[in-house]
Design a protein around this ligand. Sequence first.
Ligand SMILES: NC(=O)c1ccc[n+]([C@@H]2O[C@H](COP(=O)([O-])OP(=O)(O)OC[C@H]3O[C@@H](n4cnc5c(N)ncnc54)[C@H](OP(=O)(O)O)[C@@H]3O)[C@@H](O)[C@H]2O)c1
Length: 276
Amino acid sequence: MTAVSEAAPAATAVDVVEAVEAAEPAKALVRPGLDSPVAVVSGGSRGLGRVLVERLLDRGYRVATFARSDTEFTTGTATERPDQFHFARVDLTDTDAVRAFVREVATGFGRVDALVNNAGVLQHSELALTTPGDQIDNLVRANLVAPIVLTQVCARAMSRTGGGTIVNVSSINAIRGHRGVAVYSAAKAGLDGFTRSLARELGALGIRVNSVVPGFFESDMTALVTDRDRERIRRRTPLGRVAAVDEIADVVQFLVSAQSSFITGQSIVVDGGITC
Ligand SMILES: NC(=O)c1ccc[n+]([C@@H]2O[C@H](COP(=O)([O-])OP(=O)(O)OC[C@H]3O[C@@H](n4cnc5c(N)ncnc54)[C@H](OP(=O)(O)O)[C@@H]3O)[C@@H](O)[C@H]2O)c1
């Protein structure tokens, strides 16, 4: 293996993504006559991602999202808003498919203005010492590698139109230890590190990069959390309750919007104070 020297001249983000994009031409989606902004949201079929997709559509964005399965929401929205919404079945752990999805979107919609790396995978009570290698690989690929790949391809598209904004959805597990989620925590902490360094790299291209760091909120991901644990979280939270998904979406939306035009490289914790 060749070690990479820190002093070696670094390829720019544009070089890197250009090389990735040159590898395979994209198919075209047909979206004639539309010039509204475009957002890519991973995991927009349910949970926080669905709320974000709904809000972006309501604000006039064209939105492309993917997940492993369709839901009533994705099929209904694709029927109701065919020119404004694009959904595909893509698995985050298949990084070639993730790349191909964004290339297709960038070509079909003609631009990418916002990326929300929302999709995430959590396996509860997975002790790091006994987690099989393929599961470690899957968790890191889904929670860290896929967002990096999505960012590469989207940032290239953003740089062509003068900039954009990227929001990574992290977790308070990135900043506080919790038993049973060590690999997930490592991947989310990696995402926050990626956010900071990438903000330095992409600022000159007019691309802002931030992360939102949520505490517990209700979704399918947390459906298995016991009532006892929910109560424990509520008790330890200074605001005395858990978040509504809309309270997390509000912060993501703020970071996507021009209202946060001078904020980059930041991780904003939205947890009712449980980590303070
Ligand atoms: N809920 C919480 O308390 C909490 C707290 C802190 C941080 N977060 C973070 O917030 C984000 C959203 O979480 P959520 O609670 O809304 O999750 P969720 O309800 O489980 O939804 C996850 C979304 O991601 C998609 N997804 C999951 N695995 C995928 C894969 N391998 N490939 C493609 N898509 C995949 C899901 O669709 P498919 O299953 O059909 O693929 C779904 O659309 C995640 O990054 C999570 O880590 C959540």
